[in-house]
Design a binder for this molecule. Structure first.
Ligand SMILES: Cc1cc2nc3c(=O)[nH]c(=O)nc-3n(C[C@H](O)[C@H](O)[C@H](O)COP(=O)(O)OP(=O)(O)OC[C@H]3O[C@@H](n4cnc5c(N)ncnc54)[C@H](O)[C@@H]3O)c2cc1C
Length: 286
């Protein structure tokens, strides 16, 4: 029996502590501190009379998990798939697990492009696995510049007739898949006729005609990952019950990615509940 936790912040580490101490083989995937990187000083968390820096708290959490035997892997999870078991996918590896805890923090925002929000669900999607099929044989654009964007683009290229990467002024941070067009211009707006988008207009006045746009800005956000396996989301938040279980058996979520109070204390509490619920779930399998 093993558990994979996506996220090494307070929620992910807290879940890991309960799993590993119950004898479960536990791995955390982390890309470094999430929200804690921006928290200069935390004065309202239990046990630190002088306050503690966010980076320091992150490092202490990772060290504590490691000391109890949790494996820490510094890789971004780009997708989750149903294979023989549920499997987390990184750029180079596949990691099957009997239970998962999403603890990826608050989802990143989409770039502030006019029309993007308005056309969500009308040609603008945040999930290649969920919506790519609607664009088979058509022209799609991915807005992004990171490894996650390349991963979404690669998935869509199997379906779409033409694919273009729009980096909105950023330089690509990973190799653009062969066969995809690249346009690095800054986007002014997206627009369409009635209920469907059809045009991306750049700041220099030029246009690109597209049938669908997939937003993959920054790293793979919690809601985007959860949607890939059919976990219910509400906006950017993953929906759980009081046991921190999602609607997908064996998949739990904790911390900022579930919304509510975005504080360390609540993330640690959610992680503890998710970890103990995952232990109960795993024991019910054996
Ligand atoms: C400026 C600022 C100040 C704050 N001050 C306070 C404060 O004073 N007191 C307080 O209680 N709270 C404060 N907070 C909030 C607090 O930092 C968060 O509520 C808390 O860190 C949430 O914990 P989390 O584990 O849910 O997410 P995070 O701490 O955001 O951790 C998310 C983890 O997921 C990893 N991750 C994300 N995506 C992936 C992926 N695809 N693959 C692998 N890993 C991934 C990240 O690398 C990170 O390790 C502050 C936040 C900010 C931004």
């Amino acid at each position: 029996m093993n558990a994979v936790i996506i996220g090494g912040g307070p929620a992910g580490v807290s879940a890991a502590l309960y799993l590993v101490r119950a004898g479960i083989d536990t791995t955390i995937f982390t890309m470094g501190p999430g929200a804690l990187a921006k928290a200069h000083k935390i004065e309202n968390y239990y046990g630190f009379p002088e306050g503690i820096g966010g980076q320091e708290l992150y490092e202490a959490g990772i060290a504590q998990a490691k000391s109890l035997g949790v494996k820490i892997v510094g890789e971004e999870i780009l997708g989750i798939a149903f294979e023989e078991k549920l499997t987390a996918l990184s750029k180079t590896g596949r990691y099957p697990a009997d239970a998962f805890v999403f603890a990826t923090g608050a989802s990143r925002l989409a770039p502030p492009i006019e029309g993007l929000k308005e056309f969500e669900g009308k040609g603008v999607s945040y999930c290649a696995t969920c919506d790519g099929y609607f664009y088979r044989g058509r022209k799609i654009a991915v807005i992004g510049y990171t490894e996650y964007a390349m991963s979404e683009l690669t998935e869509l290229m199997h379906l779409a007739a033409e694919s273009v990467l729009l980096t909105n002024g950023q330089l690509p941070e990973a190799e653009v898949p062969a066969g995809a067009f690249l346009n690095t211009k800054k986007i002014a707006r997206i627009s369409g006729e009635g209920r469907n988008i059809d045009t991306v207009t750049f700041e220099d006045g030029t246009e690109e005609k597209v049938d669908g746009i997939f937003v993959a800005w920054g790293s793979a956000g919690s809601a985007a990952l959860a949607k890939k396996i059919g976990a219910v989301t509400d906006g950017n938040n993953i929906v759980t019950d009081e046991e921190m279980a999602t609607n997908v058996p064996g998949v739990f979520a904790a911390g900022d990615c579930c919304g509510g109070l975005l504080q360390v204390a609540k993330a640690v509490r959610d992680g503890a509940v998710a970890g103990t619920s995952a232990v109960k779930y795993l024991r019910s399998l054996s």
